[in-house]
Design a protein around this ligand. Structure first.
Ligand SMILES: Cc1ncc(COP(=O)(O)O)c(C=O)c1O
Length: 401
C-alpha cells in the first residue's frame, strides 16, 4: 500500500518557486544571477503598518487565537474598503479573512467543488489555480487566450466553455502572469454572458487591483453587473499593493452561506490567520494610501523599460500590459535556433534554462502558466538589475543562430 496519497499525483510543485530555488542555488555557488522569477514587490512593508503590528504585540492583542475568519476590526476595514474603492456593500458577515489570498481560493474550492464540477480558467493563468481545483476534486477547464486577444477571454470563448457542470468562472484582473487587465467594457461583455447562465458563480481574484498604469480604471465583476453580486466571490488581499507577502493576509466578500462554509473549512485547518498580521492589515486598509501611487510610478517606469528592452531582443515580442508587475513576452521567434553552447531551443523551457545557464537570468517558462512558447518576467526588482537583465537577454537572443 502506497504511503503517500493518490491526490498528490494530480498536482505539481509550483514552477515559480522551483525557478527561484534554482537561481538561489546558482547564486550560492558563486554565479552572478539576476532573479526575475519571484512574484512579490521588492519594497519593504511601509513603516506605519509595521508600527501598528508592534503596538498590537506590545498591547497583548497578538497573543491569543482570534475569531476563525478574522477579527471584527479587520472585517470592518475590509467592508469599508469594498465600499470606498469598489462601491460594493458587504456586511461583515459576508467577509472572510484567511492566510493570504491563496487560502481564500483554497477554502472556496474546498467548500464548493464536488467531483465533476468544472471551473473555467482563462490561460495563461496563475499556476496555483488548476492544481487547487484538482486537489479539491474539481475539473479545471482551461480556455487559452492568446496574445492576439490581449491574453483575455472573450465573451464568445466564455459562452463556449460553459456547460451544465460549470460551477465557477475564475477571473484574474490584473493578471498573473501576463499583467493583462479587463476594462469595464470587457467585463460588461462577459457579464452579459454570465447573466444568461445563473448556475455559474464568479470567483474574481483582484489581488493586483491597485497595480495598474496609464490611468487604467480598475473594475470588478460585482460592480459592473449588480445581478452577479449574489453569486460572486470578490477576492483581494494586502500582499501585493501593501508589500506584505510575508504577513499572509487575504480576504474576500461574498454570499453569506459560502463565507460560512469557507470559515468551517478554515476552522479545521489553520484556524485564524496570525493575529499580529491581522492588526497590520487593519492599518494597511485604514491608514495612509499615498505610498501606493509612489510605488506604481516606479513600477510603470520599470514596465516601460523592460517592454522596450525585450522588444529590441531578436526573436522576442512583448505586449505592453495594463497592470500587475509582470510581462509575458513570446519567444516563438527563437524556437529551433541554436545557443552559443550548441543547444537547440525546442521549447520555452529550453529557452529559460539556457538563458539561466548562459547569462544568469532567471525567468519562468510560459507553458507552466498554460501558454507558450513564452516566459514571464517579474519586474518587481531593482531597476539596475532589470537594465542588466535586459542587456543579457538581448545578448542571449542576439547570439542565437
Ligand atoms: C493572481 C494571484 N492570486 C493570488 C495570489 C496569492 O496571494 P497571497 O500571497 O496573498 O496568498 C497571488 C500570489 O502570487 C497571485 O499572483
Amino acid at each position: 500500500m502506497a504511503f503517500l496519497a493518490d491526490h498528490l499525483k494530480r498536482i505539481k510543485p509550483s514552477p515559480t518557486i522551483a525557478v527561484t530555488d534554482k537561481a538561489r542555488a546558482l547564486k550560492a555557488a558563486g554565479r552572478n544571477v539576476i532573479g526575475l522569477g519571484a512574484g512579490e514587490p521588492d519594497f519593504d512593508t511601509p513603516e506605519h503598518i509595521k508600527e501598528a503590528a508592534i503596538r498590537a504585540i506590545k498591547e497583548g492583542r497578538a497573543s491569543k487565537y482570534t475569531a476563525v475568519d478574522g477579527i471584527p476590526e479587520l472585517k470592518q476595514a475590509v467592508a469599508q474598503k469594498f465600499k470606498r474603492e469598489n462601491g460594493l456593500d458587504y456586511k461583515t458577515s459576508q467577509i472572510t479573512v484567511s492566510v493570504g489570498g491563496k487560502q481564500v481560493l483554497y477554502n472556496a474550492f474546498m467548500a464548493t467543488l464536488n467531483p465533476g464540477d468544472e471551473v473555467i480558467i482563462p490561460a495563461p493563468y496563475w499556476v496555483s489555480y488548476p492544481d487547487m481545483v484538482l486537489l479539491a476534486g474539481g475539473t479545471p477547464v482551461e480556455v487559452v487566450c492568446g496574445m492576439d486577444k490581449g491574453f483575455k477571454i472573450t465573451a464568445e470563448a466564455l459562452a463556449r466553455a460553459i456547460t451544465p457542470k460549470t460551477k465557477w468562472f475564475l477571473l484574474n484582473s490584473p493578471a498573473n502572469p501576463t499583467g493583462a487587465a479587463y476594462s469595464r467594457a470587457e467585463l460588461r461583455a462577459l457579464a452579459d454572458v454570465l447573466v444568461k447562465h445563473p448556475h455559474v458563480h464568479v470567483m474574481t481574484d483582484d489581488m493586483y487591483e491597485h497595480l495598474t498604469y496609464d490611468a487604467f480604471e480598475f473594475t470588478t465583476p460585482a460592480q459592473v453587473e449588480p445581478e452577479l453580486y449574489a453569486r460572486t466571490l470578490t477576492i483581494n488581499g494586502v500582499s501585493k499593493a501593501y508589500c506584505m507577502t510575508g504577513w499572509r493576509i487575504g480576504y474576500a466578500g461574498g454570499p453569506e452561506p459560502l463565507i460560512k462554509a469557507m470559515a468551517m473549512i478554515q476552522s479545521q485547518s489553520t484556524t485564524n490567520p496570525a493575529a499580529v498580521s491581522q492588526w497590520a492589515a487593519v492599518e494597511a486598509l485604514n491608514g495612509p494610501q499615498d505610498f501606493i501611487a509612489k510605488h506604481n510610478k516606479i513600477f510603470q517606469e520599470r514596465r516601460d523599460l523592460v517592454v522596450s528592452m525585450l522588444n529590441q531582443a531578436k526573436g522576442l515580442k512583448c505586449p505592453m500590459p495594463e497592470g500587475a508587475f509582470y510581462v509575458y513576452p513570446s519567444c516563438a521567434g527563437t524556437m529551433g535556433k541554436k545557443t552559443q553552447g550548441g543547444k537547440t531551443l525546442a521549447s520555452d523551457e529550453d529557452f529559460v534554462s539556457e538563458l539561466l545557464e548562459e547569462e544568469g537570468v532567471a525567468v519562468v517558462h510560459g507553458t507552466a502558466f498554460g501558454l507558450g512558447p513564452a516566459f514571464r518576467i517579474s519586474y518587481a526588482t531593482k531597476t539596475e538589475d532589470l537594465e542588466e537583465a535586459g542587456r543579457r537577454i538581448q545578448r542571449f537572443c542576439g547570439n542565437l543562430k
